[in-house]
Design a protein around this ligand. Structure first.
Ligand code: ADP
Length: 586
């Protein structure tokens, strides 16, 4: 019954979102099937009986008019539904369902993006929102109408000849059994297709993605992606082979059951009752044949709809699962302000079973400028992600003004930070939106921020040529200045810069750092840099090694200490001198 509960919940959701569409769709379906059934059962019976009994012309004409009006209503309602209501309602429902999913998945932290099972579940849920739910509404409306149609045909046939009940029930039970098994196979197929379908989508998306266009042309990575795509396709084929043949065989069996039993048994029975016993008149006989055809049609359609509802119900589990999922990070809800300090107390963090930070203690005071340095992979970015609550520590705690940051309202806490990452993104939106990132206050300050960041760009111009052929395409240095403008426009009290200029050459990097540091003036700053010369002017440098703070102090103090930081600094200075000499020699 799990599928039924799932279907019912989906129906309630959709009916609450679009009540008019749901009602009209059910009504139109009922009318469409009812009209067909009435035509087959009542129309000819009435006509033959009227001719046989010599009924008055007026009542026959009234019957025709009534029947035509019903036909007109059926055609009108179905045309309105198909051509007017569905096209707009479909898009609204899709958007509404996708919004529910986005609300659920865009909060919390970033750990779910590293779990393939969660990603598969989200892909299936999104498919439900895009197509499955709409298909379900159609099936549910048809199911109601078919149930009515079957009941009406059965009721009619039984009223004339009750013995037909037996073969009908026999055929329906047999078919129900076949369709149940078939829907299970179809669900298994859908489930097993989710992962290879997502792999194929990712591979195909990479082929079409702007970000990959250069490397695809300059390397053979396209062949690797092609192989990834082919493997996904092979896995899809195996899934189809494993489930689809069984589903098709069961479907055929179910249909044969209905046809053989209904046609043969009901026709034999009806003919026998008419010829041997004259149990009913010629009009009734015609209608009984019509009812049999209807019974077969409605049974087939009803059982197919039942199989779809079962399969859809089972696959909605992914959608409901996402809606019910608990965020990977709890939202404490307390209001948040930054007055004094942030403190890491015995913080430890592991990615799965891989420890990255161990018993880390540090303090960041309001207004202080702190640089985080260390060799690649020592855990600098991880520390920043913990600070921004993209993950929670696996041990210890992080405190803001003495209170665990898990207590705070997540959005309000994150709003304390203006962060620029190494891989910061530019969006196919206007320059102003790229600077404000949707914050109203920042949007008002975007023009001034652009000017201070040294960018003479019209804030209303669109970035990238994704949608606008005249869109602006920025150089690396200009993109960097957009990042600086983001910090300038934001009024967050803490700035976090994670290697924001690592993609630039040394001169451009120095320039970018100056712009960024100017942007951070007067704020608390946490800066990650692999180039130690650019962190000389901060108040305090933290040197991280193997997930711990190994040395800390001002640049001068650490140089006097002559430890790991000093060794790394001297090594970089030497390499830089050589690089400069190599440039100057020719
Ligand atoms: P840094 O910024 O100092 O270069 P990171 O914090 O990015 O170092 O990474 C620290 C370690 O954690 C590295 O060994 C890296 O491979 C690993 N790591 C980083 N991100 C993830 C992740 N999402 N899943 C698993 N391991 C990760």
């Amino acid at each position: 019954m799990r599928w039924f509960v799932s279907d019912f919940r989906m129906f309630r959701l959709l009916a609450a979102a679009e009540p008019k569409r749901v009602c009209v769709q059910i009504l139109a379906s009922c009318l469409r099937y009812a009209y067909g059934a009435v035509y087959a059962l009542v129309f000819f019976r009435y006509l033959i009986n009227a001719l046989e009994s010599g009924a008055p012309l007026l009542s026959t004409a009234a019957f025709f008019v009534l029947f035509s009006l019903l036909g007109l209503l059926d055609a009108g309602l179905n045309a309105y539904l198909r051509d007017e209501l569905l096209p707009s309602s479909d898009e609204r429902l899709r958007a509404w369902l996708l919004e529910r999913l986005c609300e659920k998945t865009s909060g919390g932290g970033i750990a779910p993006y590293e779990n393939p099972k969660t990603l598969d579940e989200r892909a299936r849920a999104a498919e439900t929102a895009r197509e499955g739910a709409l298909e379900f509404l159609g099936t549910a409306a048809d199911f109601c109408a078919l149930l009515l149609g079957l009941g009406w045909s059965l009721g009619f046939a039984c009223a004339v000849e009750p013995r037909v009940m037996l073969p009908v029930l026999l055929a329906l039970s047999l078919s129900l059994f076949g369709q149940r098994a078939r829907s299970q196979s179809l669900f298994a197929l859908q489930r097993d297709l989710a992962s290879p379908a997502r792999r194929a989508d990712v591979a195909a998306g990479t082929f079409f993605g702007r970000a990959y266009a250069k490397e695809l042309r300059l390397s053979r990575v396209g062949e690797c992606l092609r192989a990834l795509y082919d493997r996904a396709l092979r896995d899809q084929q195996s899934a189809v082979k494993a489930h689809a043949t069984r589903a098709a065989a069961l479907g055929a069996l179910a249909e044969m059951g209905v046809e053989c039993l209904l046609y043969v048994l009901v026709y034999l029975l009806v003919c026998h009752r008419y010829l041997a016993h004259r149990a009913f008149g010629l009009g009734d006989l015609t209608s009984l044949f019509g009812a049999t055809v209807n019974l077969i049609y409605f049974s087939h359609a009803l059982l197919a709809a039942y199989a779809s509802l079962r399969r859809q119900g089972l696959s909605f589990s992914a959608f409901h699962g996402v809606l019910e999922s608990q965020p990977d990070l709890a939202d404490g809800g307390a209001p948040c302000a930054f007055a004094r300090e942030i403190r890491f107390e015995g913080v430890g963090f592991s990615y799965g079973d891989k420890p990255v930070l161990k018993n880390l203690n540090l303090r960041l005071q309001k207004g202080e400028r702190v640089a985080l340095v260390g060799l690649n992979g020592c855990g600098k970015t991880t520390l920043v992600k913990l600070l921004l609550r993209l993950y929670d520590p696996t041990e210890g705690r992080i405190l803001m003004d003495g209170r665990d940051i898990r207590d705070f309202d997540l959005r309000a806490y994150r709003a304390m930070f203006a962060a620029v990452f190494q891989d910061f993104q530019l969006y196919a939106l206007t320059v102003e939106e790229n600077v404000s990132l949707g914050e109203e206050g920042a949007a008002r300050r975007a023009g001034e921020a652009l000017r201070l960041a040294g960018l003479a760009l019209d804030p209303s111009r669109e970035l990238t040529r994704e949608f606008d052929p005249d869109g602006l395409v920025l150089s690396g240095g200009q993109a960097q200045r957009i990042a600086a403008a983001r910090i300038l426009a934001s009024d967050a009290p803490i700035a976090v810069l994670d290697e924001p200029s690592s993609a630039l050459d040394p001169l451009a990097e120095r320039d970018a750092y100056e712009t960024l540091l100017r942007a951070c003036a007067g704020r608390t700053l946490l800066l990650i840099s692999h180039r130690l010369s650019s962190v000389r002017d901060v108040d305090r440098v933290l040197y991280l090694e193997e997930g711990r703070v190994l040395e800390q102090g001002s640049h001068q103090e650490l140089m006097r200490l002559g430890g790991r930081y000093a060794a790394l600094y001297n090594q970089q200075a030497e390499a830089y001198r050589k690089e400069v000499c190599a440039h100057e020699e020719p």
